[in-house]
Structures are given as C-alpha cells and as structure tokens.
Design a protein around this ligand. Structure first.
Ligand SMILES: *Cc1c(COP(=O)(O)O)cnc(C)c1O
Length: 400
C-alpha cells in the first residue's frame, strides 16, 4: 500500500499543465494518435505505460483525479466513473458472477439497494441484507458462495455506523472482499486504513461539493483497477460509465477545498444536532453521545474533520416534515432537494424520496419513519442565526 497522503495534503500533489500551467491541461480528446502501429497494439494489450488509446479506457485528466482520490483514501490507485452508481455497479459485477452471494448492510443508498435487490438476481447473484451493526448477524449470513461484504461507513439515511475493522476481520477470515461506500464521510473516515479492500464514492456529493456534476470512484489495488479497465472483461471498460475529462478536471479543482469544507460542514452539523437534541427533537448525529455508535465512530474517525455534515431529525409525521421543509425553504434556510454536500443546506424526507425503492414494511423494520428529515448541513458562516431561524419555523408549525 502506498503511503497515506490524505487530501488535506492535496498541495503535495503536483500536476503541471503542458505549458507549465498550475492546473493540469485538460485532455479534451476521445481518441489518441500513435507514431507507430506497434505502440498502438501494445497499448491495447495494456503493455505501453503512459500511452492513451481511447477515452472510455482512461484519460490524463481522469488519471489525475483518480490519483488524488487514491491518495486521499490510501489505496494504490483508483478509477473514476461518470456517477456513483457507475462506480458501485461495475465494482460489484467485477467480483461476482452467477451463483455468487453478497452480504450487504440493509441500510444503504436506495439505488444500491435496488441494484442488489432487483437487478443482480437476474444475473444469478443473490444478496442477504443484514443489520450491519451486529457483527455476529453479519457472519451468520455468510455462505460458501459469499464473495463480497458490502456496507456504507455511515449509512444512508439512518446514519448507522459500520465497524469497518470488525467487518474487515470477518472478510479476511472468510476470504471475502470488503467494499465500503464512503460517500457520507470523506476524510472523516479512511476505510482502507481500517481494512476495507475497495472504497467507493459518489463524487456527486461532498467531494465535488457544488452540485453541478455527477461522478464516482473506485479506490483499490492496482490489480483490481487494472481488471476493471481490461478491454476483454473489465466491468468499468465494458459497461462504459466513463467520466468526461472536462468534468474530471473540474472535480479535481473542487477537491482542493474538501478539507476546509468538511470541517465547516461538521462544525455546523454538530452545532445544530446539539441544539435540536436539547430542544427535545429526536436527533441522530454520530457526534452526539446518544448515537448508538458514537464511541465506535470516535475510534475510527480522523478527528480534525469532525463527525460529518449529515444529521436527521424526526418530526412525527410526513405531513409535518413536508410543512417544515417547505417553510425552511421559503425562509432561505436551505433547499428541499435530495443529494448532499452542497454549500447550502439540503433537506428531504428519505422515506418518500431517496429511499422510496425500499418497500414500506422494510422501511419500518429498519427504523425509517415517515417523519424523518435528512439534512445535509451547508457551509453557513453564522450557524447560530440559522439555528434560530429554523427553530422559529418549528415553533410556527408546533413541532417545538
Ligand atoms: C448518491 C449516492 C450514491 C449514488 O451516486 P450517484 O452519483 O447518484 O450515482 C451512492 N451511495 C451513496 C451513499 C450516495 O449518497
């Protein structure tokens, strides 16, 4: 494994433009010329390092972004994709074939859940969904066909925390790959340092942070990433969810402020979570002592980045949740929108939006109630003022 070089040291990464520009030049080409036919053949076979062939494979701009993300996650290398799902689905399909089995957390992103629940069974891949916080339950779900253990470091939308070291031990014992989606906690948690084999992100969220593009990444060993890009049987290469170079270069630029943004997201979310809890609202935030995995999160986190920008409150009913979100939007406290990591606060009711792929009875079982509001807390400079204005909305609606 390469030395750990997180993105707060992104100033250590040095890619010049071809004319000495302080930003790397953007490789705005879908195809590349060769001076000799032999080099073209070698490139196709993957034997000509540093040569580019065709941009579905990779591009210089995509490699720069991938290397920055690999440095952040402490993996050998990384492959960027057009979306988060465009990273998650090929990673799973590269590791599993017909007859194989996956053990997954039951509280995961709705799209990933739908893929494992409804799509991969068509390919003969079955998934058992378990309570990821119970290691004995996880281990009991493993069969002789299991190939992959799948979870999110901090789960969407319930903010359950995975014991990544504990899961890594189980994975090692049973010869499985541990895949961790770290979208909710970039920099805060570094899954590969805790034993994860593959780390996934939707770059659409905190990492890009400006809600202007989609993106994804698979961070892993050189061997795994080479396999994904293989022209003959690589899932990333063949399923074709490649990122565009212009987007890769804009995400790399945004990534340079990720460490500053994460600290502010965490600071603001922690402040609001404490206040909401004091006010008697049912509040879930990993930084609160009342969070069932507060100690676990504290033991895993890179402390300077705090407990992250995501929190949930439960206001009792979907009707109240909708009223509150509409009123907060009217008062310019944030947007009623899905997604996360924006400079403004975003809020949504997961049961009827981002997790609507999960059937209602299963939502209930996992504790996903109708009155739940998920907040991605923004970069507000005066969070105290934001809190007071949110409180006044809650008072007006008799939530407080
Ligand atoms: C948004 C999200 C995804 C999917 O990413 P896209 O960029 O929308 O494809 C996957 N996992 C988590 C945790 C997410 O929040």
């Amino acid at each position: 494994m390469k030395s750990f070089k997180p993105a707060n040291e992104i100033q250590d990464l040095q890619y010049f433009g071809e004319f000495g520009g302080v930003n790397p030049s953007i490789s705005d080409s879908s195809t590349y010329t060769f001076l000799s036919a032999k080099t073209m053949f070698d490139t196709f076979e993957g034997n000509a390092d540093g040569c580019y062939l065709y941009s579905r494979h990779t591009t210089p701009s995509n490699l720069y972004l991938g290397e920055a993300l690999a440095a952040m996650e402490g993996t050998e290398t990384a492959n960027v994709a057009a979306t988060g799902m465009g990273a998650i689905t090929p990673a799973l399909l590269q590791l599993c074939q017909a007859g194989d089995h996956i053990v997954s957390s039951r509280t995961i992103y709705g799209g990933t859940y739908a893929f494992l629940k409804n799509f991969t069974p068509r390919l003969g891949i079955e998934t058992s969904f378990v309570d990821i916080t119970k290691l004995d339950v996880v281990e009991a779900a493993i069969t002789k066909n299991t190939k992959v253990l799948y979870c999110e470091s901090v789960s969407n939308p319930l903010l359950e925390v995975a014991d990544i070291s504990g899961l890594a031990q189980i994975a090692k014992k049973h010869n499985l790959k541990l895949l961790v989606d770290n979208t909710f906690s970039p920099l805060t948690i570094t899954p590969a340092n805790l034993g994860a084999d593959v780390v996934l992100h939707s770059l659409t969220k905190f990492i890009n942070g400006s809600s202007d593009t989609m993106g994804g990444v698979i961070c892993g060993t050189q061997e795994f990433i080479d396999n994904l890009r293989n022209v003959n049987d690589g899932a990333s290469m063949l399923l074709g969810s490649s990122m565009d170079s212009l987007r890769a270069s804009s995400i790399l630029k945004n990534m340079r402020t990720l460490h500053i943004r994460m600290k502010q997201h965490s600071h603001n979310a922690h402040f609001l979570a404490q206040k909401f809890e004091e006010d008697g609202l049912k509040t879930v935030y990993p930084g609160l002592k009342s969070h069932p995995s507060h100690k676990l999160f504290t033991s895993m986190m890179n402390k300077e980045y705090g407990y992250g920008g995501m929190l949930t409150i439960d206001v009792g009913s979907l009707e109240k949740a909708n009223q509150l979100m509409e009123l907060m939007q009217e008062r310019n406290l944030g947007y009623l929108a899905v997604s996360l990591g924006f400079y403004k606060t975003l809020f949504s009711a997961p049961g009827s939006s981002t997790s609507s792929e999960i059937p209602e009875d299963e939502q209930k079982e996992m504790g996903l109630t109708g009155g739940l509001i998920r907040f991605s807390i923004g970069l507000d400079n005066d969070i105290k003022r934001t809190y007071e204005q949110m409180k006044s909305c809650m008072k007006q609606l008799a939530i407080l």
